[in-house]
Design a protein around this ligand. Structure first.
Ligand code: CAA
Length: 261
């Protein structure tokens, strides 16, 4: 993988660990960091050695404290729109990576940080994590997909309350409303994320990949079209050796030896 200035990237045993690394600015998303994340997504999407991705923030305090306010302040309307489009497109790339992506939220996940976490497939939060969309306190609105993904995750009523007030919520409240999958002690956050990644990696890889595609595509379709699409990818699973192995292993009462094909 390429070398990056604002990202730390490790690939260990199939798990790509991406650490957003601008700790002095609480990992705020500036233009250069977004460009690097964009490039990294391109790399990872074509890297067959990566099976699961974990995204976290460096330091003890923040996952990502939002888009970089200093860089945004002077923008014109057109520049603001382009900036929003850049963030949206990078987050869509994350959402559509072939590999499952876990956000390990280790602290503040505000504005673009909450939006980044929501672009991931699953969110695990440290008990120190704080979530919010404080954009209205700055005279803007969530512009990296937040108005859309937050509503889809927690419903329009709760999304509007968070967006209209700009209030922060703690990890337990985020769990209660369905914004995060689970809350873990701060110390155990990364090991919990890795253990979730390993559990996913122990399953049939193509089945996991196609499940992701079915959920992501289906959520934007009417139910009938989504169900029809599901039948297509369900059928595709039967072309894999892992489907034969998984079912044979079940019938032979043994553990499946998946090969990812
Ligand atoms: N952009 C740029 N710099 C940021 C930043 C951001 N989003 N968030 C924090 N920083 C910087 C601070 O300016 C500060 O830098 P200096 O030390 O050079 O002064 C450093 O990070 C540490 O921050 P604080 O001193 O403020 O730390 P704190 O513990 O007192 O507060 C915080 C933490 C509550 C997260 C506070 O930093 C904060 O409110 N940050 C801004 C959060 C925010 O509004 N995010 C939304 C941005 S808009 C957005 O994301 C739009 C979108 O949808 C794309």
């Amino acid at each position: 993988m390429n070398q990056y200035t604002h990202l730390l990237v490790e690939n260990n045993d199939g798990i790509a660990m991406i650490t957003l690394n601008r700790p002095k600015a609480l990992n705020a998303l500036n233009y250069d960091l977004l460009q690097e994340l964009n490039q990294l997504c391109e790399d990872i999407a074509h890297d067959e050695t990566v099976k699961v991705v974990i995204i976290t923030g460096s330091g003890d305090k923040a996952f990502v404290a939002g888009a970089d306010i200093g860089e945004m302040r002077p923008l014109s309307a057109m520049e603001g729109r382009n900036w929003g489009r850049l963030g949206q497109s990078v987050f869509s790339k994350i959402e559509n990576l072939p590999q499952p992506v876990i956000a390990a939220v280790n602290g503040f996940a505000l504005g673009g940080g909450c939006e980044l976490a929501m672009a991931c497939d699953m969110r695990i939060a440290s008990e120190k994590a704080r979530f919010g969309q404080p954009e209205v306190t700055l005279g803007i609105l969530p512009g990296f997909g937040g108005t859309q993904r937050l509503s889809r995750l927690v419903g329009t009523g709760r999304a509007k309350e968070l967006i209209f007030t700009g209030d922060m919520i703690d990890a337990q409240e985020a769990y209660r409303i369905g914004l995060v999958n689970k809350v873990i002690t701060h110390e155990e956050l990364l090991s919990a994320a890795k253990s979730l990644a390993q559990r996913i990696m122990s399953r049939a890889e193509t089945a996991v990949t196609l499940s992701k595609v079915a959920v992501n595509k289906g959520i934007n379709m009417d139910l009938e079209s989504g169900i029809a699409y599901e039948a297509e990818v369900f059928g595709l699973c039967f072309s894999t050796q892992d489907q034969k192995e998984g079912m044979t292993a079940f019938l032979e009462k043994r553990k499946a030896n998946f090969i990812g094909k």
